[in-house]
Each structure stands twice: as structure tokens, then as C-alpha cells.
Write a protein that binds this ligand. Sequence first.
Ligand code: NDP
Length: 284
Amino acid sequence: MTAELLNGRELSDELKEEMKHEVEILKQQNIHPHLTVILVGDNPASKSYVKGKEKACDFTGISSNLIELPESVSEQELLQVIEGQNNDKDVHGILVQLPLPDHIDEQKVIHAISPLKDVDGFHPVNIGKLVNGEETFLPCTPYGILTMLESKNIEIEGKRAVIIGRSNIVGKPMGLLLLERNATVTYCHSRTQNLRELALEADILVVAMGREHAVDGSYVKEGAVVIDVGINRMDNGKLTGDVEFESAKEKASYITPVPRGVGPMTITMLLKNTIKAAKGLSEK
Ligand code: NDP
């Protein structure tokens, strides 16, 4: 079997066209979706992610502003900036680009963002709603993956999903979303024993380890759907995933490439969440 590609770039282009139209309609109702992005320091990867987010906002007609703070900014100053954005009624979404410098407590910062403007879906109130199965802002990467699966009508109910990685932003919420859709979910992490055996049970295998090509075709059950979240920079400067694509695609029914897979979808779902925030829908 050679897998069909789950092309996140193409799907995200389609979704952005739809959102462009939606934003035009909102503007006619005098609703102008606005995202504030806060960037601390000058980590090149963070800068490039932020640029991508600004560009995507521009394309869909969502306005955005970037607040750049120096690496030396104090936690208190950052919290005050967030408070200002929380109180600004023209701002619908607030995103603080992670990671933050070591002297700033990331959790404190996430807690400080109003849950109603938390378009990353990281605030504990929104995570709690996700656990409860309530309407909320879904964390963008798992939301993007779910949207990709749905776009191909890939069955989730009753399927075995194995998630490798248990981070708060990818692995954990991914498992919750699949569980909510009646998959049987197994989480794996760095202390998991018999990783390959568990992975081989997966109908849907989500790999979010941050380890270049850690999973190859020998971890993939014939016909499985393989989602590669990893973004690793190789020695030659190119990006690659956690999955060794060539061998995995021979076993999988569907597979995401890196780049042009999960990455573009993550940004696209951020826009979706910003529009949702502008419509005031997170409380529904
Ligand atoms: P983290 O580093 O926060 O988490 C990595 C997870 O992988 C941890 O749970 C860790 O286990 C697990 N892990 C590490 N090594 C092994 C191993 N040998 N066997 C089994 N499990 C292992 O990463 P993130 O979740 O933030 O990101 C994962 C990857 O996805 C990165 O490459 C990141 O760049 C990428 N990413 C891509 C996005 C996109 O839009 N495409 C968005 C966000 C992230 P333990 O908990 O035990 O340490």
C-alpha cells in the first residue's frame, strides 16, 4: 500500500479562502476580528512563526498587531501588557509566542490571558472545558489534525489511536479530542515500554516527539493513518518530521508530509479560533 497524502497546505488554503469570506461578512456587521501577538526576545524560530501568523491574518482580513518585548522584560511587565490586551475590547485573541525566557513562568503567563481571548486554547479553563467535552477554543495543532482527518472522512469512532508524546499543547489534547470522538486512545511517552508494539496496534498513529525520524515503517500497521507533528531541522537546514516518511508511506493508508502537513493547519486553526473569539462563541 502506498499512502494518500494528507496535504495540510492545500486544505489550509481552502479553509483560509472560506475564512476570508466569513471575515468580510463579519466586517459588514461591524465585527473586526483582531489578534494580538506578543513576542519576547528574538528567537529566530519564534520570529518566523510569528511572521507566518501575521501573513495568514493579512490574507483572511483579520487584523493583527505584534507587541515585541526585549528578552530582558520582567514577568511583571509582561503580565501588565497581557492585562492591557485583556481589557482592550477591540482585541479578540491574544497569543504569547512560546517558549519564553527562563526567568518568566510560562504557566503564570498562560493563566493571565483571558480565557475568552485564549485563541491558543492553553488556558486551564479552556483545557478543563476540553476535558469536559464542552465548547471551547481547541488547541490549534490537535484541532488542525482533527480537521484534516474529518476532511477525508477518516473514521475515528471505535478506532485505536496511539499518540506518541504527551505535551500539554499537542499530545494530551490530541488524545482528548480523539477520545471525545470515541476512539480508544493510548498515550506513549519517553518511559513507555514496547513503543513499537503499541504503535503497531494503531489505526491512527499521531507522532509528536520532536525526534527526527524516530518512527519508521516498522512502527506502522498496514493501512494505518499516520500523522507526523514533528518539526526538526536537519543538518542541511531542511525541515523534516518525527516519522521516516519513505518507509511509513508504504504501510499507511494516509500520511502527513513534513513540511506542508500539520504545520500550516496549526496556523489556520489559530485564525479560526480568532474568528470564533470575535463572534463571542467560546462560551457557547
Ligand atoms: P515536547 O518536547 O513538549 O514533548 C515531546 C514528547 O515526546 C514528550 O511527551 C516526550 O515524553 C515524548 N518523547 C520524547 N522522546 C521519546 C521517546 N524516545 N519515546 C517516546 N516518547 C518520547 O514537544 P511538543 O509536543 O511541543 O512538540 C513535539 C514535536 O512537534 C516537536 O518537533 C515540535 O517542534 C513539533 N510541533 C509541531 C507543531 C506543528 O504545528 N506542526 C506544533 C507544535 C509542536 P516525556 O513526556 O516522557 O518527556
